[in-house]
Every structure is written in structure tokens, then in C-alpha cells.
Ligand binder design. Structure first.
Ligand code: NDP
Length: 438
């Protein structure tokens, strides 16, 4: 880790995975002999580039672009692009590292990578967003491709941005290579269910965890952090399964709506009007409240909260907030976001016997459906919503089974952290051994 100074999130992600691997290395000395641990935390390639663009005032602006191609033992690099002012090399490396094991857990032929920029889409005009995306892709285009590296969205990168990125790639390469990006629009190579997949998948995973304790979402009360792509569809699926979501958030604060969030209104405010979440509470009225600057985990609820779905960003749920949730009747947590619970929070949940689904397993539905989008592109086909959602549901069930069975095999029944880390790691490590010293 001393080789990578100034990358605390990357260190955190590596420690988290390696913390589960002692038992694996004891049983598999061949991994030690082949220096798999040393190799797996060194990216195969990392690219950092200048992104110049012109703003509406005709001024030239400069951002920094990143793509970390971490591991391609299982398939082409696959992982999203994040546009957020906090993005730096350490963030992209932490996300890329996590992605290796998550992608392995899906059972699909995809390697791990991640990218992004410190560009802040907030407050930018449509034209500025388009020009930024075009400039970003002008450089990125040299490094991606259906068989090489297939980016998708993440924080700050949704269907609009993927459209501009794909348009520029198409123009530069003079070919319609649909498989170069996922999260595309439905009329130009996208897959049904991709938009919903991460949120839906996290809820399916939670459903399977709850079933191990003979529980379900029916009548359960939940908190969901964020109000972006993952959060919105997590809320939708919780409600469909009979649960009530009483809180959500964005980076300006949280909303508490004890009667259950009105999803149509939330979507209108966040997805269509791209407003701050305070507007939801103003227009909803009744008992709904906006808590400026607060996290959803600070909400004081008189009634128990059974399920917590952190779906905003990394390290958003602290140890103290975890302890408060446990005291208020928490049964299950599934990480819709990547690494949202701090190490202290994860410890609190595990020690209290709360069902805890780590992001690698719980939010893998998004990338799995991206792989389904790649399958449809490769076969020039497009599947129905029902068929694709059925595939997603089967994949999430398989991830749950694989994770639970591996935890059991390694003497930690019910510990999804151990199960996900070991199941993901061994799949990649075995492929790396087969491919030789590369
Ligand atoms: P979006 O940009 O659509 O939404 C992110 C949400 O989180 C917004 O409500 C945003 O608020 C909030 N948020 C972001 N950063 C912060 C912060 N620093 N503090 C407080 N709130 C914050 O992103 P996604 O929904 O796509 O991604 C959310 C998480 O899920 C990320 O961790 C991502 O890596 C992970 N993920 C996403 C997948 C996908 O398919 N999209 C797949 C797997 C994981 P605001 O609007 O105010 O910025």
C-alpha cells in the first residue's frame, strides 16, 4: 500500500477484500506461489488524460479523465464512468478493484475496470455536458472497444451522457459498435431493465437474505439513501414487494416521509426536473419533512426501520449511524452503492447479527444486466422486459447462493462479506493461474 500514497479509499477496498482471504491462502498455496495477491491489486493499465472543453461563456475549461483497466482475466474490462468533483485516481482504483470481484461473482465473462472525471455536471447546460462528453470520448476512444473495455454509467453518468459518449465514439470510428458501451437508450442498442437493474437487484438480494430468517419485505419499513438511478429503482421494487420506504436523500439533505415516499413525485422532481430533494417535501406536504444537510441515516423514526439500503456513495454510513439503526430494529442492510458503509459500520452490523449484503454481491445486478446488454448487441437481438428481468432475478439468486455457500464452506455461515470476497477472488485467481505470468 505504500506504493500507492494518497489513495485511502483504494487502501480501504484492498484491506476489506484481503481481510477475508487468510483461509483461502492456507488451502491454496498455489496462489501465494504465483503472487496472485500482489498481481491482483496492481492495475493492468491506468490512463490519465486531459479533457479540454469550451463552456457557454466561450472559456476553455480543463478537467482530468481517468480509466483504470484493472483485470481482464475473465473478459474485457467492464465498469462504469463517474463524473463528480471528488473523483481522483484513488476513487477510480477503489471502484475498479471492487469491480473485479463483483463481475466475477455474476458468473459472466467480464473483467474489471472503472473510470471517470472530476467534471461536475451540476449546474452545467445541455451544451456544456455534450461538449464535455465529446472531448472525454475523443481520448477514451483509443482505449475502449467491444473486446477491450466496455464502460457504463455511474454517479453523474446516466442515459444522457452515455448517448453523447456513444455518439462521439460512433463518429470517430465510423462504425456502429453497439457493444462498446452499456446503459444505451432503448432505440439505439440499449437493454430493457438496465436502468432498473442495480436497484431491483439489490432488493432481490435483500429478499433472499430475509428469506434465510423466514422474513420478507411485506410490511417492512426501509430507508434508502440517495435519489439517483440506484435509489429510485430500489424504492420502486421495495414498494412493489409490499414494503414502505420512509426516507431518501441527495447531497443537499434528506427527506423523511413517514407515510411512505410518493415515488411518482420523487421521480418527477429528481429525474425529470433535476431539482434538489427539498422540492419533494414542499410539494408532498402532509408529514413529509426536508432535513437540510442531514443524511438519511440521521432520521429519527418513532417506528422501527427493518431494512437499510445505502444507494448514494462511499463511506456515507458511519459506525455511530449503524449503531443507531441496530438499536431501532434493523434486520438487513444491502449496499446498493459501492462501499457506502464505513469499516466501523460494517463491524457493528456483523457483530449485531444484522444480515449484511456487501456491494460486490448486492449491487451486481447492474453490471450483470450490462453483460446481458452486451449479449443482445452481439446477437443483434433485443429481449422483452419480462425475459430480461427474469434473467436478472435468476442471476441475483445465483449470486446469493454462491455467496452463502462459499461462506459456509469457509466456516463463516451467514457472513456474506466473507462469502462474496472469497467466491469472487477464487474465480479470478484461478483464471489468472491458467493464463500464466502475464
Ligand atoms: P446517481 O448519480 O444517479 O445518483 C447518486 C445519488 O447519490 C444522488 O442522489 C446524489 O445526490 C447522491 N450522492 C452522490 N454523491 C454524494 C455525496 N458525496 N454525498 C451525498 N449524496 C451523494 O448515481 P447512481 O445511482 O448510479 O450510483 C449510486 C451508487 O451506486 C454509487 O456508489 C455507484 O458506484 C453505485 N452503483 C451504481 C450502479 C449503476 O448501475 N448505476 C451499479 C453498481 C453500483 P446529488 O444528486 O445531490 O449529487
Amino acid at each position: 500500500l505504500s506504493r500507492n500514497p494518497g489513495e485511502p479509499e483504494f487502501h480501504q477496498a484492498v484491506r476489506e477484500v484481503f481481510g477475508s482471504l487468510d483461509r483461502v491462502l492456507e488451502r491454496n498455496p498455489q496462489y501465494v506461489q504465483a503472487s496472485i495477491l500482489e498481481r491482483i491489486c496492481e492495475p493492468e493499465r491506468q490512463i490519465i488524460f486531459r479533457v479540454p472543453w469550451v463552456d457557454d461563456a466561450n472559456r476553455v475549461r480543463i478537467n482530468r479523465g481517468f480509466r483504470v483497466q484493472f483485470n481482464s482475466a475473465l473478459g474485457p474490462y467492464k465498469g462504469g464512468l463517474r463524473f463528480h468533483p471528488t473523483v481522483g485516481l484513488g476513487t477510480v482504483k477503489f471502484l475498479g478493484f471492487e469491480q473485479i470481484f463483483k463481475n466475477a461473482l455474476t458468473g459472466m465473462p467480464i473483467g474489471g475496470g472503472k473510470g471517470g472525471s472530476d467534471f461536475d455536471p451540476k449546474g452545467k447546460s445541455e451544451g456544456e455536458i455534450m461538449r464535455f462528453c465529446q472531448s472525454f470520448m475523443t481520448e477514451l476512444s483509443r482505449h475502449v472497444g467491444e473486446y477491450r473495455d466496455v464502460p457504463a454509467g455511474d454517479i453523474g453518468v446516466g442515459g444522457r451522457e452515455i448517448g453523447y459518449l456513444f455518439g462521439q465514439y460512433k463518429r470517430m470510428t465510423n462504425q456502429y459498435e453497439s457493444g462498446v458501451l452499456t446503459g444505451k437508450g432503448l432505440t439505439w442498442g440499449g437493454s430493457l431493465v438496465r436502468t432498473e437493474a442495480t436497484g431491483y437487484g439489490a432488493v432481490y438480494f435483500t429478499q433472499h437474505m430475509l428469506a434465510t430468517r423466514s422474513r420478507s419485505f411485506d410490511g417492512a419499513r426501509a430507508l434508502v439513501s440517495g435519489s439517483g438511478n440506484v435509489a429510485i429503482y430500489a424504492i420502486e421494487k421495495v414498494v412493489e414487494l409490499g414494503g414502505v420506504v420512509v426516507g431518501a436523500s441527495d447531497s443537499s439533505g434528506a427527506i423523511h416521509d413517514p407515510d411512505g415516499i410518493d415515488l411518482a413525485l420523487l421521480r418527477d422532481v429528481k429525474e425529470r426536473r433535476r431539482e434538489r430533494i427539498a422540492v419533494y417535501a414542499e410539494e408532498r406536504g402532509g408529514r413529509a419533512r426536508f432535513l437540510p444537510g442531514a443524511s438519511v441515516w440521521d432520521i429519527e423514526s418513532d417506528e422501527p426501520i427493518h431494512v437499510a439500503l445505502p444507494c448514494a456513495t462511499q463511506n456515507e454510513l458511519s459506525e455511530a449511524q449503524a449503531a443507531k439503526l441496530v438499536a431501532n430494529g434493523l434486520v438487513a442492510v444491502a449496499e446498493g452503492a459501492n462501499m457506502p458503509a464505513t469499516p466501523g459500520a460494517v463491524r457493528v452490523f456483523r457483530e449485531a447479527g444484522v444480515l449484511f449484503g456487501p456491494g460486490k454481491a448486492a449491487n451486481a445486478g447492474g453490471v450483470a444486466t450490462s453483460a446481458l446488454e452486451m449479449q443482445q448487441n452481439a446477437s443483434r437481438d433485443s429481449w422483452s422486459f419480462e425475459h430480461t428481468e427474469q434473467r436478472l432475478a435468476e442471476i441475483m439468486e445465483a449470486i446469493h447462493e454462491r455467496t452463502a455457500a462459499t461462506a459456509e464452506e469457509y466456516g463463516a455461515p451467514g457472513d456474506y462479506v466473507v462469502g462474496a470476497n472469497i467466491a469472487g477472488f477464487t474465480r479470478v485467481a484461478d483464471a489468472m493461474l491458467s493464463l500464466g505470468v502475464i
